[in-house]
Design a protein around this ligand. Structure first.
Ligand code: C2E
Ligand code: MG
Ligand code: MG
Ligand code: MG
Length: 281
């Protein structure tokens, strides 16, 4: 029966395999070239205190400007980088760039900005992950207290003990850890309690209709308060969402309401402008 199935479906399957392989092959070469030829660029989105408007830090977000295809979204190419293993070199490149830039900005504006860097599960699971973090911190000279790693809930699914060990090592280094897209995975309270993390990042889906229904956001905020960790909301686009978040106890926000992700140059302009305003106050 299986043989029959294979014969009957071979045409279709071959076609599908062909397409998937072609796409991966092309993309892998394209990604290698992208790394080599500086087609990748880091953008930065401010994280702000929703009460004061002060910038407290920023999230680095990867951009790919392909010479012919134009802009390619990280949603499209990160999965390919993960499938091909290229995420390891790309991820280290991102971390290094982000740390160097943050060190520069903190010196330049005499600030204590914290950089949040997205970390793929594949990166986190590598045995030398902590070594890589240490290496980049040393090379960039950034104080570890200004580095935050954003990981997802799915990181700890299989090898819980290994994950906890690594999180403890990060804590010892002085690096903080946030759970990104929180609420979309399947973390239970008891599971969360075991993880030495610093921040829960409320996923945009719960911010989207928070004005109509704030049940989930409220639950996450209360959970964070009980665990004595901080909370931030992502994808805040409107004033009424901000007001609702402030009302239920979430002050830290990120989203288009304050700013879209910006190029290095534009982000720097924003920092300088903010500094001028402070000086003039
Ligand atoms: P994420 O880490 O959850 O990042 C938030 C995404 O929401 C970003 O999309 C950001 O541009 C977008 N965003 C922020 N505020 C708003 C808003 O108010 N409205 C809307 N509609 N969107 C908003 P982006 O830059 O396209 O990145 C998508 C995802 O790609 C990220 O989700 C992250 O999972 C991944 N990613 C990006 N850069 C990196 C990276 O350097 N390494 C890894 N491993 N993943 C990355
Ligand atoms: Mg993130
Ligand atoms: Mg997120
Ligand atoms: Mg998200």
């Amino acid at each position: 029966d299986l043989a029959m199935y294979n014969v009957k479906n071979r045409g279709k399957n071959d076609f599908e395999f062909y397409n998937i392989n072609m796409r991966n092959k092309l993309s892998k070469e394209m990604l290698v070239k992208a790394l080599k030829e500086d087609e990748l660029e880091l953008y930065y989105q401010p994280k702000v205190n929703g009460l004061t408007g002060d910038i407290t830090g920023m999230e680095s977000l990867l951009r790919w400007n392909h010479p012919e295809k134009g802009f390619i979204s990280p949603v499209e190419f990160i999965p390919i980088a993960e499938e091909t293993g290229l995420i390891i070199s790309i991820g280290e490149w991102v971390l290094k760039k982000a740390c160097e830039q943050t060190k520069r900005w903190n010196l330049m504006t005499n600030s204590t900005l914290v950089i949040a860097v997205n970390i793929s599960n594949i990166q986190f699971r590598k045995v030398d992950f902590i070594e890589m973090i240490k290496r980049v911190l040393k090379e960039s000279g950034l104080n570890p207290k200004y580095l935050e790693l954003e990981i997802t809930e799915s990181v700890a699914v299989n090898n819980e003990e290994e994950v906890i060990k690594k999180l403890i090592m990060l804590k010892r280094l002085g690096v903080s850890v946030a759970i990104d897209d929180f609420g979309t995975g399947y973390s239970s309270l008891s599971y969360l309690q075991k993880l030495p993390i610093d921040t829960l990042k409320i996923d945009k889906v719960f911010v989207d209709d928070i004005v109509k229904d704030d049940t989930i956001a409220k639950m996450i905020i209360n959970m964070a308060k009980n665990l004595e960790i901080s909370v931030i909301a992502e994808g805040v686009e409107r004033e009424d969402q901000l007001n609702q978040l402030l009302k239920i106890g979430c002050e830290s926000i990120q989203g288009y309401l304050f700013s879209k992700p910006l190029s290095t140059e534009k982000f720097e302009e924003l920092l300088i402008k903010e500094q001028q305003i402070k000086i003039n106050q």
